[in-house]
Design a protein around this ligand. Structure first.
Ligand code: SF4
Length: 99
């Protein structure tokens, strides 16, 4: 699993830089909306199908950048760019078929 980035809501992302995360609509949101409560807990896919997280993503000015980052870095968990891990996997598979 390649996971080199922090989700925008995570406080640790505040490194000295200016990028798309600084404009993320989820920066002040409850992290549990975007990720499982625990490794064994329900994922957004299982809980509310990520509806609450997706509603925040729908208002986000950097949704495209977020999704591109998640796909490029193969983020395996959570809602990124309004898509669940399953949806991102399907998107990546379709993109691979077009190559
Ligand atoms: S698209 Fe969603 S997960 Fe990505 S930065 Fe915006 S609110 Fe956060």
């Amino acid at each position: 699993m390649l996971n080199i980035g922090l989700h925008p809501y995570q406080p640790g992302h505040r490194e000295p830089r200016a990028d798309w995360r600084d404009h993320a609509a989820c920066r002040l949101a409850d992290p549990e909306l975007f990720f499982p409560v625990s490794p064994g807990g329900p994922s957004p896919d299982q809980a509310d199908d990520g509806r609450a997280a997706r509603a925040i993503c729908a208002t986000c000015p950097v949704r495209r950048e977020c999704l591109q980052f998640a796909l490029a870095t193969r983020q395996a968990h959570g809602i990124w760019g309004g898509m669940s891990e399953r949806e991102r996997g399907a998107t990546a598979s379709r993109a691979a078929l077009r190559v």
